[in-house]
Design a protein around this ligand. Structure first.
Ligand code: GCW
Length: 647
């Protein structure tokens, strides 16, 4: 199978004719050699012709930063580390492809950890994966396609990703034994490939492995035999793979085992691993996605959104220094609109990582266009307005983590065996943009779109602009024709694809919209579940007050009548009708834009996006009609514009 080269596609074909410097040709050749040799530099300086790489000692560049200096017929890349040289080379390469002028530029990443969590199962399936099977596993074995892994590593390194965990956080079946010696040979091979691109290998582990594969009666994190079990596993793993990254753990969540079964806290659970990994320089990532998934919908006093904060705030400061808490950006679960998780503004004494989701679980299954940079930027730029430590989330991540090297960003992975990696060609932008944004938190949504298009296609300026507009508006569009104004869910239970308005309404998962004949929404205000009080007072008041709460999150925070007037001047019911008709129209506009641009890209990409836009339109119509009909029936209030709403 020929693999799409994504944004590195020009590596093979680009002739660099329009650059006068011979050095650029060398860059192309160096890139082709994957720079692997660079990472094994033995001498201080490796120079080939007009491109020089030099290891320097400059504090301001840190462990991963670089400087690229262009002079007449000479380009020099400098860094404190070989990894930094690699990043510098990719950055130079990108500038060349995009035709950007430069004399000298220096770059240092904004976030230390820039990670991807794969939810790949050993049988080859991927939980919430919509781009084919796993590139790592097949039939409960390793897939052993090292070339493919190398291509992936190269893609990741080109945008600065420096860590990946390769298996699902729901560690089931054969994957429980990945920490056993029989797998270390394969893991070492993968680690070597990733390592040569500056990427650390992590594994997800099952908290109850001492029982499942160790023959013990318990997985109590304080029990001697359990500690001995993990010690033996970890020590053996590091004997094979000395630079192994560490573990990711999902515990006491959605049926996964955890410390609660033994009356222990999550600090006990996480510290068990942290302490054993510490002597090896290893890292433990502990997920905060912990909530009661056996909720009784009749009980209005429980609010799932409060769970992560309630569980983890009391433990702030109780984790050992190489443990990081991993927190989903919103308090529920990767909906189109969610406010920032209050835990991200609350923690002061614990390393933490924000978690995004590249794969489009609730947002179109890699079949809808859904450019995520706006979502991530909204989260990173959110000003928590804390009185003691002011700042936006992107600053708090490092400023309130005692060991900033263990703070950063992580995202659920997106690639699979699909020829174009991400299933939907245009959604490669999320992988590209994710890495770039983690590195440079100032990157704008528009700039990222333009760059990705420039690297990926050969389009005229006006076509680039149209495609960039399509991408930039796509998240808003998706939000328009799906669940209204931040209320979330309303998706088909299980698959999370397509509309099912009451699908989760009388279920145990704690995700309700509470629509009746008068109104809809979650009352999370001080007079409701009081979720708002998990924020700093200024933010609490902002969301609590209907006059300031943004329209996008109206139903996330408030239960309001259908006649409630939004800031945009419309009643809620009219806004629902308008956004749903508008959402479908926008998808139709996207189709027209693609018909104009598509013939100028390669045939595979053209067809792929054309078919998926068709699919997106059909589903958008289904969403529109179901939502509009539902709310007409509930409210009895008709669309003022008299458009077609099915009775
Ligand atoms: O969103 C939910 C998904 C689960 C996933 C879980 C998690 C890996 O529906 O499939 O499990 O989140 O984040 O752990």
């Amino acid at each position: 199978m020929t693999r799409d080269l994504c944004w590195l596609r020009k590596v093979a074909s680009h002739s660099f004719q329009h650059f006068s410097l011979p050095a650029y040709d060398l860059v192309a050749r160096s890139i082709r050699r994957e720079v692997g040799t660079l990472l094994n530099l033995t001498t201080e300086v490796a120079s080939e012709g007009d491109l020089a790489f030099s290891l320097v000692t400059e504090e301001c560049l840190g462990r991963e930063g670089y400087r690229v200096k262009g002079e007449q017929n000479h380009v020099a890349i400098q860094s404190n580390t070989t990894k930094g040289l690699l990043y510098g080379l990719f950055a130079l390469y990108e500038k060349l492809i995009l035709g950007e002028a430069f004399t000298s530029f220096t770059s240092v990443p904004d976030q230390a950890l820039r990670m991807i969590n794969h939810w790949d199962n050993m049988d080859g399936t991927i939980e919430r994966g919509y781009a084919g099977d796993s590139i790592f596993f097949k039939d409960n074995e390793f897939r052993k396609d090292y070339q493919l892994i190398e291509s992936y590593a190269r893609l990741l390194a080109s945008v600065g990703i420096n860590a990946i965990s390769i298996n699902n956080v729901n560690v089931r079946g054969a994957a429980k034994a990945l920490i056993c010696e029989e797998h270390f040979g394969e893991l070492r091979l993968i680690d070597e490939i990733l390592g040569s691109y500056g990427i650390k290998l992590y594994l997800s582990v099952n908290f109850a492995a001492p029982k499942a594969i160790g023959g013990l009666e318990t997985a109590d994190p304080l029990a001697k035999e359990v500690i001995a079990f993990w010690q033996e596993k970890i020590d053996a793993l590091y004997r094979y793979i000395p630079d192994f990254g560490g573990f990711v753990v999902k515990a006491d969540s959605e049926g996964e085992p955890g410390p609660f079964a033994y009356g222990r806290g999550h600090d006990d659970g996480a510290n068990l691993f942290g302490r054993l990994l510490q002597p090896h320089g290893g890292h433990l990532v502990w997920r905060c996605f912990v909530y009661n998934h056996q909720q009784n919908w009749r009980d209005r006093s429980i609010d799932r959104a409060k769970a992560a904060y309630d569980h983890f705030m009391p433990l702030d400061g109780k984790f050992v220094e190489n443990v990081s808490l991993q927190i989903k950006l919103g308090p529920l679960d990767f909906q189109v609109r969610e406010p920032i998780s209050p835990l991200l503004s609350g923690l002061r004494k614990t390393n933490h990582i924000i978690e995004f989701q590249l794969t489009q679980e609730y947002t179109g299954h890699q079949k809808a266009v859904y450019y995520q940079l706006p979502v991530w930027k909204e989260a990173l730029d959110f000003d928590c307005r804390n009185e003691d430590v002011p700042g936006q989330v992107k600053e708090l991540l490092k400023n309130t983590s005692p060991q900033p090297a263990y703070s950063g960003i992580c995202a659920v992975g997106v690639v699979g065996m699909s020829e174009n990696w991400t299933g939907h060609k245009l959604m490669q932008i999320n992988l590209y943009g994710y890495g770039k944004l983690c590195w440079n938190n100032q990157l704008t949504t528009q700039d990222c779109a333009q760059r990705w298009i420039g690297l990926t296609f050969d389009l005229a300026e006006d076509q680039t602009k149209k495609l960039a507009d399509l991408l930039v508006t796509s998240r808003e569009t998706y939000g328009m024709y799906t669940a209204p104004r931040g209320v979330g869910f309303m998706v088909t239970p299980g698959t999370h694809d397509g509309p099912n308005i009451d699908g989760y309404e009388y279920d145990r998962w704690g995700t309700y919209h509470f629509a009746d004949h008068l109104g809809i929404g979650n009352d999370r205000t001080t007079s409701g579940t009081d979720y708002v009080s998990q924020y700093a007072p200024a933010i609490r008041d902002y969301f609590n007050d209907l006059t300031t709460c943004p329209d996008e999150l109206l139903l996330w925070f408030h239960h309001v009548p259908y006649t409630h007037r939004l800031h945009n001047g419309k009643t809620l019911i009219q806004d629902i009708y308008d956004t749903h008709f508008e959402g479908v129209k926008r998808v139709e506009d996207y189709q027209a834009v693609w018909e104009e641009i598509g013939p100028h890209v390669d045939q595979n990409s053209y067809q792929n996006v054309k078919e998926l836009l068709q699919w997106q339109r059909e589903l958008a119509v289904e969403w529109r009609d179901q939502i509009n009909t539902y709310f007409w029936r509930k409210s009895g209030i008709a669309d003022q514009a008299g458009r077609k709403v099915y009775p």
